[in-house]
Design a protein around this ligand. Structure first.
Ligand code: NAD
Length: 498
C-alpha cells in the first residue's frame, strides 16, 4: 500500500501519524487503491495559520507578478496533463478523454485568472466635491476556503483558487475525500510554478475538517460545490459565522425536444449529456421532455438503439465511452432508484442493471438505463440520481414542458432542441433556470462568464468563476481624497456634505 494521501500546508507535504484514514477505491475494480488522511481540527488550523501568515506579502505582491506565476502554472499543468488525467481516472473512474475535457475546462480558469489585473482596476471619479477625488478599489479578503465534490476533482478546485489567489487572497482547498489525488497533484504543480508557501494549501478530510473552515474567524469566505443538502448546511453555517459564502448544489437538468428538432443530432447530444461521465455531472441531462407523442416514440427508439452500442468499461481503456460509478454505496443508491422507477410504474426500456464488464465484476459498473412514461411524482423524476439514468416525460406543448421545469426544485441547467427561433427565444427568456442551451446540451459557461444555477441549485448571490469570482474574492473600498490648500483656515460644517 502506498503512503496515504495527506496535506499540503505552507509549501510542505504534511502527514499526521495519528490521523484517521479512509480507503480510496479504484471504481473499475472495486479494490482499495490507497488511503487518505482525514485532517484533525489542529491540522486545519495549521493550514489557516499558514495562509494567514502568507497573506500580507501576497496581498502586496504586484498583480502582474501574481499573474505571471499563474502563466507558469498553466504551462506546467499542460505539460503534466497525462499524469493528472491518469490520477483522475484512477480514483474517479471517468474515461481518459473525459478527464482531458475536465482538465482543459479547469485550465481555462487559470487562463482567465492571468488577466484578472484588468478586472481589479477599480473606478475613479475626479472632482466629486470641491477638489475632492474619489475612487473604489477591490481589495482581497484574506484567507478563503474552497470545498469541492468528487465528480470534477480537477476542474472544480480550478474554478476557485486561480481567481482567488490572482485577486491577492490565500486559499485553503478541501477536496473530496473520495478522489483527492488529482487536486493535490495540481496544487503541487502550482507551487512548483512559484506560488509562495502558504498561498495555496490543501487539507484532506471530511466534515470535521470542513466544520473548522466554516467556523474559524480567520477564514473570510467559503466557496462550496457539492450536493444541495450539504450546500445548504455550508451556506447557513458559514454565513452565521460572518463569512461570505457561495454554495453550489445539485441539479435535475431537463432537455426539451420540440417536434421540429433534428432527432439524430438530439440523440447524439443526449447520449453524451446523459451518459457521459456515467451521469455524474451537475449539468448532466437526466430528463428529456418530448413535446408530442410522435417525437417521443421516435426518440425512445433511437435512444434505445444508441444505448445498445454504448461501450462501458474501465476509464483507462481507450475504447470505453462510459466508466463506472464512483463508489459501491453510490452504485447501490443509483440501482435502488432504477428499482424504484420500475416499482412506480415507469417503463424501463433499457435496463443497465444486467451489465457485467468481463474481468471487472467487482467494479461499480451500471449500464445506461432509459425510462419512458415517467411522471412528475416519481422519485426517479424528483430526485437527483447522479447516475446513467435518463427519464423521458411526454407533454403536449412547450408551455407544459416549461411549467414542469419551473416547478422542479432545481434550476441548474436546461436546454431546448428546436429549429424554431421564436420557441427558443420564448424558452430562454422565461425559463427559471440559471444556464440555458439552445441545441447545446451542456451549456456550461466558459471561464470568462460565470457558472451558477437558480432555485435550490445555488445558495448565495455571486456565481462561480469568471467576473463574479472577482467580486466574490474581493471587497470594495471607496476612498474620497482631498489635499487642503496650505494656510487656508476652514470652518466647521454641521450640515451633511452636499
Ligand atoms: P457532497 O455534498 O457529498 O460533498 C461535497 C463536499 O462536501 C466534499 O468535499 C465532502 O467532503 C463535503 N461534505 C460532505 N458531507 C459533509 C458534511 N456533512 N458536512 C460538511 N462537509 C461535507 O457531494 P459529492 O457527492 O462529492 O458531489 C456530487 C454532488 O455535487 C451532486 O449533487 C452534484 O450535482 C453536485 N455538484 C454541483 C455542481 C454545481 O456546480 N452546481 C458541480 C459539481 C457537482
Amino acid at each position: 500500500m502506498t503512503t496515504p494521501v495527506a496535506h499540503l500546508i505552507n509549501g510542505q507535504f504534511i502527514s499526521c501519524p495519528q490521523a484517521r484514514l479512509q480507503d480510496i477505491f479504484d471504481p473499475a475494480t472495486g479494490l482499495v487503491s490507497g488511503q487518505v488522511e482525514l485532517a484533525s481540527p489542529a491540522t486545519v488550523e495549521s493550514a489557516i495559520a499558514s495562509a494567514q501568515a502568507a497573506f500580507p506579502a501576497w496581498r502586496d505582491t504586484l498583480p502582474l507578478k501574481r499573474a505571471r506565476i499563474l502563466v507558469r502554472f498553466q504551462r506546467l499543468l499542460e505539460e503534466r496533463a497525462d499524469e493528472v488525467c491518469a490520477a483522475i481516472t484512477a480514483e474517479h473512474g471517468k474515461v481518459t478523454e473525459d478527464a482531458r475535457g475536465e482538465l482543459s475546462r479547469g485550465i481555462e480558469n487559470i487562463e482567465f485568472a492571468c488577466g484578472i489585473p484588468e478586472l481589479l482596476k477599480g473606478e475613479h471619479s475626479k472632482n466629486v466635491g470641491p477638489k475632492i477625488d474619489s475612487w473604489s478599489e477591490f481589495q482581497p479578503l484574506g484567507v478563503v476556503a474552497g470545498i469541492t465534490p468528487f465528480n470534477f476533482p480537477a476542474m472544480v478546485p480550478l474554478w476557485m483558487y486561480p481567481a482567488a489567489i490572482a485577486c491577492g487572497n490565500c486559499f485553503i482547498l478541501k477536496p473530496s475525500e473520495r478522489d483527492p489525488s488529482a487536486a493535490l497533484l495540481i496544487a503541487q504543480i502550482a507551487l512548483e510554478a512559484g506560488l509562495p508557501p502558504g498561498v495555496l494549501n490543501v487539507v484532506n478530510g471530511d466534515k470535521e475538517a470542513v466544520d473548522i473552515l466554516l467556523t474559524d474567524p480567520r477564514v473570510q469566505a467559503v466557496s462550496f460545490v457539492g450536493s444541495t443538502p450539504i450546500a445548504q448546511y455550508i451556506y447557513g453555517t458559514a454565513s452565521a459565522n460572518g463569512k461570505r459564502v457561495q454554495a453550489l448544489g445539485g441539479a435535475k437538468n431537463h432537455a426539451v425536444i420540440m417536434p421540429d428538432a433534428h432527432l439524430d443530432n438530439v440523440v447524439s447530444a443526449l447520449m453524451g449529456a446523459a451518459y457521459g461521465s456515467c451521469g455524474e455531472r451537475c449539468m448532466a441531462i437526466s430528463v428529456a421532455v418530448a413535446v408530442g407523442n410522435e417525437v417521443a416514440d421516435q426518440l425512445v427508439g433511437k435512444l434505445s438503439a444508441a444505448l445498445g452500442r454504448l461501450a462501458v468499461g474501465p476509464g483507462s481503456e481507450a475504447l470505453s465511452e462510459m466508466g463506472p460509478l464512483i463508489s459501491k454505496p453510490h452504485f447501490e443508491k443509483v440501482r435502488g432508484y432504477v428499482d424504484a422507477g420500475v416499482a412506480a410504474g415507469a417503463k424501463l426500456l433499457v435496463d443497465g442493471r444486467t451489465l457485467t464488464v468481463p474481468g471487472h465484476e467487482q467494479g461499480y459498473f451500471l449500464g445506461g438505463c432509459l425510462f419512458d412514461h415517467v411522471t412528475p411524482e416519481m422519485s426517479i423524476y424528483k430526485d437527483e440520481i447522479f447516475g446513467p439514468v435518463l427519464c423521458i416525460l411526454r407533454v403536449s406543448s412547450l408551455q407544459e414542458a416549461m411549467d414542469l421545469i419551473d416547478a422542479h426544485e432545481y434550476g441548474n441547467g436546461t436546454c431546448i432542441f428546436t429549429r424554431d427561433g421564436e420557441a427558443a427565444r420564448y424558452f430562454t427568456d422565461l425559463i427559471k433556470v440559471g444556464m440555458v442551451g439552445v441545441n447545446v446540451p451542456l451549456p456550461v459557461p466558459v471561464a470568462y462568464h460565470s457558472f451558477g444555477g437558480w432555485k435550490r441549485s445555488m445558495f448565495g448571490d455571486l456565481a462561480a468563476y469568471g467576473p463574479d469570482a472577482v467580486r466574490f474574492y474581493t471587497r470594495r473600498k471607496t476612498v474620497s481624497q482631498r489635499w487642503p490648500i496650505g494656510g487656508v483656515r476652514e470652518k466647521a460644517q454641521y450640515a451633511f456634505p452636499a
